[in-house]
Design a protein around this ligand. Structure first.
Ligand code: SAM
Length: 327
């Protein structure tokens, strides 16, 4: 079992497989863009498999593939097959912007991905295009449908609460939750000094709007959905789906944090909101033994802070933006 200095069990790895993304969401990537890593800077399939086999033995049993946009990594499906063949994971999931999901959902399922989280902040085509810098919301809506048909369940939608989210979006999500087993999760926007986007609705205003839209009897579900994240879930008895609320700023959950991140260029990042990074890539490329890799992982656990200080500092992601860390 992997335990950090504050006795939190760390069993969940967010693994960024690329820093590249075909969207440039205004709250995630600064307007001038970011320098993409060169191919040789990114961990190879062999390096990722080696890390997972060592971390798997140390108690990491759940992995979420992320990015950038993970579906942009060449050969991702084959990598997933090989990850599954290691036989060390209980759960393998993926976070995606959904733009390429209609094409890949079946292959992801067959290769061994259990479920997907899909980012969708607004369903209004023009606002979506502006927010993502050119995206087509219909691609994402198609991706959601194909993912559900492929059995990548539960399908969770991530909605970041910037001012792009409007009441009409909530009405759309309300209808979706009423009629399908989708989980719509509203996430507090974590301000980043590179992006300077205004936060929009608050978790409270979302809950109020949903009540107005006919979810007056929202209550915690009998059983929380699969996953081990920080969301608080609510459901109405008439709904097939449910809502999740993730509030890293207004109601911190660091005492329950069970995750660690690995960036596409092989840095272990104990906390999204702290600058500490441990260079695993240098060890992998320097012929480190498994025990030396395990020691770096333990060092990362010991450097995990007790809590983030976003509310005190006002903004996050100083050196690297979210797409470079792996959200
Ligand atoms: N490209 C994939 C996607 O769009 O889901 C995976 C990477 S993206 C960085 C992962 C998640 O981080 C998305 O749900 C995105 O909305 C979220 N995100 C990015 N910047 C954020 C911010 N400043 N505050 C809160 N969530 C953010």
């Amino acid at each position: 079992m992997a335990v950090d200095a504050y006795q939190r069990e760390i069993k969940y790895l967010r693994l960024s497989v690329t820093d590249r993304c075909n969207y440039r969401c205004t709250y995630c990537v600064p307007p001038e863009g970011v320098r993409w890593l060169a191919e040789e800077e990114i961990l190879s399939d062999e390096e990722i498999l080696r890390v997972l086999s060592v971390l798997g033995r140390l108690g990491v049993s759940r992995v979420r593939l992320t990015g950038g946009e993970p579906l942009m990594r060449p050969g991702l499906i084959e990598l997933i097959r090989r990850i599954r063949a290691l036989n060390v994971l209980e759960d393998l999931s993926l976070t995606t912007n959904g733009s390429l999901l209609a094409k890949y959902a079946d292959q992801l399922k067959q290769a061994g991905v259990n479920r997907v989280n899909i980012s969708l902040d607004t369903v209004e085509p023009q606002r979506f295009r502006e927010l993502t810098c050119g995206g087509n919301v219909q691609d994402v809506l198609d991706g959601i449908q194909v993912a559900a048909q492929a059995g990548l369940s539960p399908v969770k939608l991530n909605v970041v609460l910037t001012d792009a989210v409007r009441e009409e979006d909530l009405a759309f999500f309300r209808e979706m939750v009423r009629t399908s087993p989708v989980i719509v999760r509203f996430i507090e926007y974590m301000p980043s000094h590179q992006c300077r986007v205004r936060a929009g609705m608050t978790v409270t205003s979302v809950t109020e709007s949903l009540n107005r839209l006919g979810s007056g009897d929202l209550a915690p579900p009998v059983q929380n959905p699969h996953g081990c994240g920080p969301a608080r879930y609510l459901q109405s008895t008439d709904d097939q789906g449910m809502y999740g609320f993730i509030a890293p700023i207004s109601s911190g959950y660091c005492d329950r944090c069970n995750r660690i991140r690995l960036t596409a260029d092989g840095r272990l990042r104990p906390c999204l909101l702290s600058e500490v990074e441990i260079d695993l890539r240098a060890a992998l490329r320097g012929a480190a033994t498994d025990e030396e890799i395990a020691a770096l992982f333990r060092q990362a656990l010991q450097s995990k802070p007790s809590a983030h200080h976003l509310a005190d500092h006002g903004s996050a992601f100083r050196k690297r933006g979210m797409s470079q860390i792996g959200g």
